[in-house]
Design a protein around this ligand. Structure first.
Ligand code: FWO
Ligand code: ZN
Length: 394
């Protein structure tokens, strides 16, 4: 009997949707979740691929909302420009949706290059969107304005990463930043997209002041902004906790290698635990990796001694640490890497295990290690082995 390639049945998985919905079977119909139910039995006169998920945990594919997919960096001159990402870096990380962005360098890195890479990753099998812009203000767009970019370019869902409170920032005035947010908001509304502004937070003293002022003095809601690197130092972390308790969204960078407090390497999983303890609603928190971005490395004296490259793999690693080491409930942790980014970015078919949603699925083994990755119904990783490689990967 011929195997029907467009149907797949996952049997007996412990499903976190990300809410725990107990043991279920999941039927995949082409690129979509067809059905999530107990004991699905199909009577067919053709064979369908069955995946035995007994003893495994089934979760939505992770969403990474901040990745320098074509590379970034360059802050230590040309040789420090970081390399572009490869498909398997994303798959192995359990990530099935990424949002690409430009960072410090909006000159040798371009929007056309970013969009071409996003399309390439889509062709290779994952879902990929981008933000328009970079650190640079006024924002250098593709079509001439933020609204046009968001409305006319399918891949563009917002603006970013705009740098604030950072020595590398364009130092936008409050008026300039307000205009950016309002253009993004209108672009988003008119195209049914999120139209968010992804904000790079630096180490500067002003912290979130500009955002707080805009939210206080204009009609623009807090949810228009997603400030990232929110835990990069103690002061910013504390300000971010207050900001989030007032309704703001905050995003922690999992690749963060920065020293924290008394020279204690604080990890994202610990930041999540602290933020929750201090009363931040889990709904307001997300993680992203800053994959392929350049990360400054500091010595004991706090001096920058080199640059490292961010890794998408850190996204799941920190989520796993939060579950295992910090004992935060799985459902809460999963939320910050699945349903919260999906809601923030208005990716309505992502971040949730439910009939009708995209078949983006990760299976974890007993040790909470990534075992299988399915993106839009295609098995890209199986038994911890990459099944589909990027075009030029060996
Ligand atoms: C952070 C990306 C930083 C690039 O402050 O923002 O540099 O364009 O590649 N990275 N500028 C890293 C901290 C969060 C640790 C970026 C970088
Ligand atoms: Zn950044």
């Amino acid at each position: 009997m011929a195997v029907n390639k467009s149907l797949k049945l996952i049997k007996n998985a412990e499903v976190y949707a990300p809410k725990y919905i107990e043991k279920k079977d999941v039927l995949i119909a082409a690129d979509i979740i067809g059905c999530v139910q107990e004991n699905i039995e199909l009577k067919t006169n053709f064979e369908i691929e069955t995946i035995n998920a007994k003893g495994k945990i089934l979760i939505p594919g992770l969403i990474d909302s901040h990745v320098h997919i074509i590379g970034g960096g360059g802050e230590g001159s040309f040789k420090t420009r970081t390399p572009e990402i490869m498909l398997s870096d994303i798959i192995k990380a359990g990530v099935t949706t990424v949002v690409g962005c430009l960072g410090t360098d909006g000159t040798t890195r371009t929007m056309s290059n970013l969009i071409a890479k996003a399309r390439g990753l889509e062709e290779e099998g994952i879902t990929c969107y981008v933000y328009t812009g970079s650190y640079q203000v006024p924002v250098k767009t593709l079509l001439g304005s933020i609204q046009e970019d968001i409305i006319f370019i399918d891949k563009i869902i917002g603006v970013g990463e705009i740098a604030l409170s950072d020595h590398r920032s364009s130092q936008p005035t409050i008026e300039e930043l307000t205009k950016i947010a309002s253009a993004a908001r209108r672009g988003g509304m008119l195209s049914g997209k999120a139209g968010i502004v992804n904000i790079h937070m630096g180490d500067g003293n002003r912290k979130l002041k500009l955002l707080e002022e805009i939210i206080e003095t204009t009609e623009i809601p807090a949810t228009q902004f997603i400030p990232t690197h929110a835990g990069r130092n103690v002061g910013l972390f504390e300000a971010s906790v207050r900001y989030a308790k007032n309704g703001g969204l905050i995003d922690f960078t999992t690749s963060n290698v920065r020293d924290f407090g008394d020279n204690k390497g604080e990890h994202c999983s610990e930041l999540l635990a602290m933020a929750l303890e201090q009363g931040v609603p889990a709904e307001n928190i997300s993680f992203s990796s800053d994959g392929q971005g350049s990360l400054p490395v500091f010595n004991e004296r706090g001096e920058c001694i080199g640059l490292k490259v961010g890794e998408v793999a850190s996204l799941f690693e920190e989520a796993r640490n939060a579950i295992i080491k910090k004992k935060i409930p799985i459902e809460v942790v999963l939320q910050v890497v699945t349903s919260n980014p999906a809601r923030n970015l208005k990716l309505n078919n992502k971040g949730c295990i439910q009939a009708g949603k995209d078949a983006d699925i990760v299976l974890l083994d007993k040790d909470l290690e990534i075992d299988t990755v399915i993106a839009q119904g295609r098995v890209l990783l199986k038994n911890k082995e990459v099944m589909v490689k990027g075009t030029f990967e060996k």
